[in-house]
Design a binder for this molecule. Structure first.
Ligand SMILES: Cc1cc2nc3c(=O)[nH]c(=O)nc-3n(C[C@H](O)[C@H](O)[C@H](O)COP(=O)(O)OP(=O)(O)OC[C@H]3O[C@@H](n4cnc5c(N)ncnc54)[C@H](O)[C@@H]3O)c2cc1C
Length: 55
């Protein structure tokens, strides 16, 4: 999934509202160059918080 298709504050898809993404499914691994665990945890936290705010 392209990063441009995601709201970086909530990790919600701009294409499919109500769908929150995190970790390796996002196309960040070239740019970040190896901090994969950090990416998975940080985006997972953001996506969880983002999803909980939509309830
Ligand atoms: C051998 C190896 C070594 C690594 N070493 C490092 C390292 O030292 N440092 C680092 O930062 N990164 C490392 N990585 C990368 C890091 O492990 C991954 O980037 C990170 O775990 C991705 O997290 P994720 O939650 O996005 O995906 P994953 O950890 O792959 O989690 C996805 C989960 O979804 C589950 N799943 C899949 N399909 C379905 C389905 N249909 N229904 C329900 N569940 C499903 C899977 O079983 C899995 O539990 C390593 C990777 C590998 C393979």
């Amino acid at each position: 999934m392209r990063l441009s298709e995601i709201d970086p504050k909530t990790m919600e898809s701009k294409i499919h509202k109500g769908l929150f993404l995190c970790g390796e499914i996002l196309d960040a691994f070239g740019p970040i160059g190896g901090y994969n665990f950090f990416w998975a945890w940080a985006t997972g936290r953001a996506a969880g918080l983002g999803a909980s705010r939509t309830q």
